[in-house]
Write a protein that binds this ligand. Sequence first.
Ligand code: SAM
Ligand code: SF4
Length: 445
Amino acid sequence: MTEEPPVPRVFVQTWGCQMNDSDTGKMLALLAKDGFVPTDLPDEADLLLVNTCAVRAKPEHKLFSFLGRAALLKRTADRPILLAVAGCIAQRDGARLLAEHPEVDLVFGPDAIPRVRELVEQARLRRVIDLRRTDDPSIAFVPDLVSRGGVSALVTIQKGCDNHCTYCAVPLARGAETSRASSAILSEVRALVERGARDITLLGQNVDSYGRKRAGEISFAGLLREVAAVPGLLRLRFMTSHPRDLSADVVDCYAKLEKLGAHLHLPVQSGSDRILRRMGRGVTRERYLTLVKSLREARTGISLTTDFIVGFPGETEQDFEDSLALLEEVRFDASFSFVFSPRPKTPAQVLHLREAVPASVAAKRLGRLQALQLEISRASQAAFVGREVEVLVDGTSRQDALELSGRTSCFRTVNFQGTQDMMGRLVRVRIDTAGINSLHGLPAA
Ligand code: SAM
Ligand code: SF4
């Protein structure tokens, strides 16, 4: 009797943005072709894969403590274990990582993801580094199709970024902006919808500049119109937008495209013109507020969310008050807020050396901003109680596995008691209670 070969297992640790989540999905799908099965337990893995993030210092620290634990595991295991580092830190510091961490077998950047299977094979024989970049859209994009089968799916439309926000590590790590051909995006959306996807999120670092560098390509608004026209698709979203590049044509899509979710994540970063200039954002506070007004005119009840950075070098108490006032004025439904983190080789790192905001001051400001946001978010959630909303059902509740879960057009999570046949459909739900992260209700009679 011949013994079955053991199933190889892969443990993945992902830090960072939705782009990294999407990349991890693609890598797992590609590795599955070689029999790799994901495991939640590093101890039983044959391949430890870390997908890293360079946007702030915290995920970098996490990488080094992970490498320490992985080294111990490799020394004590009774079988060979491969350790691979992918993502933005790998791209930026790959050679140094390999030189200073003998436990690392493979280092590769985001553009090498399509080659992950051969890289893992090579790493069984020797240490491998692959930081090659490609601007060829036919190579740069692994179809998201390989990794998804659910109601909600991400579709990458663009990689890299041509902006130079002075604090940001993304352009250094992910390279210049490259847009994927709209024909490839559309055929992937159609295929996903055929497999049951109903809610598509188009993904890029600055989606509003989609297609501008591709001769003859449609604009981002044109892409939204074409994707929205795909039969069977119920909802369409996108992220991330940049307020400088958000066009009147895209704003108009909120008025005209019913399938476009009534939500926009539009990072503002600061409410102070002085700081916005230092950040190189290319918009003023007034311009941002004008955009907010036109979005609200285009789609009544549109939900707006944003990102803030506090403690940017040279930020005064008044600059910070301007951010608080902007939050009060716009009343974002939610925001992500971060203390400024100096990133190697960025202009803001140089500013930080001269004009750093003390860590204790920055932490206090972050606390104040988050407390105000919490108050606004609570009120915004509470306003749904007693209302009937349309929910696209896409899974089960995280709190109660017997309940269904879905999103409103304005991107609120709603949990309710329903039946499995509602999965992937639009269901009307009457909201009875509101928590900070989700709403709860009953199917409307
Ligand atoms: N391309 C998107 C954009 O323009 O908003 C996303 C960029 S980044 C992955 C997501 C958020 O991280 C940014 O909007 C910003 O608020 C925050 N961020 C980026 N660099 C940072 C830094 N050096 N320190 C603190 N927060 C940072
Ligand atoms: Fe970074 Fe600015 Fe590009 Fe966003 S738009 S990825 S913040 S450089």
